[in-house]
Design a protein around this ligand. Structure first.
Ligand SMILES: Cc1cc2nc3c(=O)[nH]c(=O)nc-3n(C[C@H](O)[C@H](O)[C@H](O)COP(=O)(O)OP(=O)(O)OC[C@H]3O[C@@H](n4cnc5c(N)ncnc54)[C@H](O)[C@@H]3O)c2cc1C
Length: 400
């Protein structure tokens, strides 16, 4: 892909990460998928290469890198191993970016130290009965004296069981039992009693990173663990959603990287594979497929880079991030599916990465905001109207 408008430093970063991706990261990808083991060795590699926590400000030990720098890193890694790409997302965007934007000095220092040491924080929003309607969550944090007591269940939490730092969203209630809105709390697995990993989801793809059910049973935390305070019943959780725009751009980037990796494999194979006495890329049916794949990738990359650039000095623009995520996730599924087709029966074999890529890429129209919910976000922004989805007309926060 042509990466127009990149600075010399960004081109250097991109070349460096591409080399890493094509080497040690690519060599491990199939095994990570097969064994379903979190790639701690790749975490060490990213740490050594200073690719973890790049977006953390320098005063907290990071490099104050831009969202686009993170995107270039994630894109290159995901072309070889989507799990490693996701680790780069969640150590540069999402929960860590929310803490760095809204946390106290103490919280920022703690979170930055943990991420720079190799922890991928988990963000806990989704519940069995509250998915797209995240505002309908029932996990509650009750104020009791100088503590909050948290009870509830979250599911599909990425990193559950490997992540230590957790950013947990719950409805906050005062001592009299009055609801104050949704707040975000920090807790550390194994240090906070009552945070229990109770199930690992048997996922279709992205198998090297656990998705877990987490139960909070009388989890007792001090008020100093509150990162994002509740802002009233009808406000939803605007701060989280703002920070989540970086995560959405990150998720779109993983999908983009996987699709670029698959496209490159198909392009190379189309020259090597001969049928009817000629390379298969001499058949117009396949040429047009390649053309369509490349057009989708160039367009998706432009949307993702543009959304990343919109966030300099803050978080990416909500509309641009949603548009990029919808288009890229849907296009990436099509491109990977087409790339697999180029390989005929071989594409269907577990000996080649195409089937893994097809399973991995399928996730991105779901996690990080479904394509349908993000279309609602796009329409709401275009029409400049709050478009409540609930029957009583409340405009709660939709997550993902
Ligand atoms: C691999 C993976 C990782 C994840 N990681 C995390 C994580 O780390 N933390 C976390 O909190 N969550 C995580 N999630 C959960 C994810 O955010 C939710 O799955 C997502 O928000 C959708 O919720 P749901 O699965 O309950 O689907 P539902 O909300 O039940 O939706 C079902 C279908 O209805 C559609 N739909 C719902 N409401 C509307 C509407 N108003 N308009 C149009 N269509 C609608 C949806 O788009 C979907 O197609 C992850 C999910 C996956 C698959």
């Amino acid at each position: 892909m042509n990466a127009s408008g990149l600075s010399a430093d960004q081109l250097k970063l991109q070349a460096r990460v591409r080399e890493l991706a094509a080497g040690p990261v690519a060599r491990r990808a199939a095994e990570v998928d097969r064994t379903e083991q979190y790639p701690w060795d790749n975490v060490e590699l990213l740490k050594d290469e200073k690719l973890l926590g790049m977006t953390i400000p320098t005063q907290y030990g990071g490099q104050s890198k831009s969202w686009l720098d993170a995107v270039l890193t994630i894109e290159a890694l995901s072309a070889a191993c989507s799990v490693t790409g996701r680790i780069a997302v969640e150590t540069n965007m999402g929960a860590i970016s929310a803490v760095m934007a809204y946390g106290s000095e103490e919280q920022k220092k703690m979170a930055a130290d943990m991420v720079l040491a190799g922890d991928k924080p988990a963000i806990c929003i989704t519940e069995p009965e509250a998915g797209s309607d995240a505002g309908g969550m029932t996990t509650r944090a009750d104020k009791k004296g100088n503590r909050y007591v948290i009870n509830g269940r979250k599911h599909w939490i990425t990193g559950g069981g490997v992540s230590r730092l957790h950013l947990i969203f719950a409805k906050v209630y005062d001592e009299q039992g009055n609801e104050e809105g949704i707040g975000g709390f920090l807790a550390i697995r194994d240090e906070t009693k009552g945070l229990k990993i109770t199930k690992r989801e048997p996922t279709m793809g992205l198998r090297g990173i656990p998705e877990a059910v987490i139960d909070f049973e009388d989890m007792d935390v001090p008020p100093s663990s509150l990162v994002i305070p509740p802002r009233g019943l009808k406000k939803g959780f605007a701060d989280l959603m703002n920070a989540y725009n970086s995560q959405r751009v990150g998720a779109a980037t993983v999908a983009l990287g996987i699709a670029e990796g698959a496209y490159q494999l198909a392009l190379d194979w189309s020259e090597k594979r001969h049928q009817f006495g000629r390379p298969i890329n001499e058949f117009q049916g396949l040429q047009w497929k390649l053309a369509d794949m490349s057009i989708k990738l160039v367009a998706a990359q432009a949307l993702v880079y543009n959304a990343a650039r919109s966030g300099e000095g803050g978080f990416p623009d909500m509309l641009l991030a949603a548009q990029a995520k919808v288009f890229t996730s849907e296009s990436a599924i099509q491109v990977v599916n087409d790339a697999l087709q180029f390989f005929g029966a071989r594409g269907y074999s577990r000996e080649l990465p195409l089937e893994r890529m097809a399973r991995d890429v399928r996730m991105f129209t779901i996690g990080g905001g479904t394509a349908e919910v993000l279309r609602n976000v796009v329409a709401g922004a275009l029409l400049q109207k709050k478009l409540p989805q609930t029957r009583d007309g409340w405009s709660k926060g939709g997550a993902g």
